[in-house]
Write a protein that binds this ligand. Sequence first.
Ligand code: 5AD
Ligand code: SF4
Length: 446
Amino acid sequence: MKDQQENKKFHYHIITFGCQMNKNDSERIESIFESMNMISTDKPEEADVILMNSCSIRESAEDRIYSFSHEFAKLKETKPNLIVAVTGCMPGRDKDGTLRKRLKGVDLFFPTKDVIMMPKWLSELNPELRPIDLELDYLSVKPHVKSKFQAFVTIQTGCNQFCTYCVVPYARGMEVNRPLKDILDEVKSLVNDGCLEITLLGQIVNHWLAKEDDKFSPNNPYTQNDFAKLLWELNQIEGLERIHWTAPHPIHMDDEVIDALTLPKQLNFIHLPVQSGSSKILKKMNRKHTRELYLEKIKKIREKKPDIAIGTDIIVGFCDETDEDFAETISLYQECDFDISYTAKYSTRSGTTADKAFADNITQDEKKKRWFELQHLMEDIVLRKNQLYLNKEVSVLVDTFKNGMCGGNSREMKRINFPGDKALIGKIVKVIITEAGHWILWGKVL
Ligand code: 5AD
Ligand code: SF4
């Protein structure tokens, strides 16, 4: 203990890139630094250890790590004891060391699962930093959550799908699922501390598989799909109000998972990545679903929950995507009537099948043109859909307060602002919508 007290004078600074899973990993890393009795700082120049949690999904995300590493290498000239660490997806996929070579002044470069070794490595670099003993499995490290009422819960890491454009299976390895008990214990402990909303995270969250000795309740109504069973178990936790999950894969949206969308705590929103509306491109992407299968899943979801909001991910300008293929993406978008799309221009990633086997043959200008076309379509559709909420009541979990205005998400994951009080933060409030924009709806408390 005395040793660790000595760490009190050391500061750490974390920079997180990428998805919610990286954010949740950073919460674990923060909790490791805190257990070492180190102090968080938001000023890199004040830090003794700077850790970047990297994302590799697109080239631009990796470019930012290179540029930060140059900046920190300069900082090291005036602060020679500064330790710079990089974890996340970049070290995971850098099998031959090419990425690391391009990084300046980085002392530690390790994949996320090795973060349990970080205290030991830090103390080797700076013997004044006292290490701590950690669990062997990094997922068992309890995340240092900032919000008392909202939390991420990673239930699975890695991915076995090998979509041809995607680095995730290389960066994060094969799929690993957490045991049922660990997940339920983590959620119960969060709820005990006041948590109202959880977001379950997994690369293919609806492919979560139970362990052989995981025991579900005897009255669990689902018999086929472990993820649907898990959702039902989580719905039984008293005090938990909202359950959300991301990201599912269309091929695992079976009837039980679709039925579980009607469970009482389930948010009225689903994010279901499609990537393209052309079956030819989907095949080339190794998505293992067609346009028709995706449309059938959306139809079934809407039959169960007619007013559900739906989001998606789309990649434009994938290898060999013709104008006709892109027109199919546009028509699928219209047919699905999505509320939101996270649209990306295809960016080739070294090591992936697409990079090795296909030519990145759509020009940047064409990718940009297609991106804007989809963006405009999204804006038209979402405005029309948001106006349907006028004079309707929504339920908002308030998470911010500024200048007399409360802000929070509705169950449809729409951003709602309304005049209110700071004391409403962390409360679920009924709001009637009076004005609807593209990305914000305004209302008043009932
Ligand atoms: N280029 C562009 N977008 C990509 N995504 C994944 N890999 C790439 C890539 N190489 C997008 C997909 C995925 C989201 C997380 O990132 O749409 O669903
Ligand atoms: Fe990447 Fe495809 Fe796995 Fe999603 S399902 S993480 S896009 S390989």
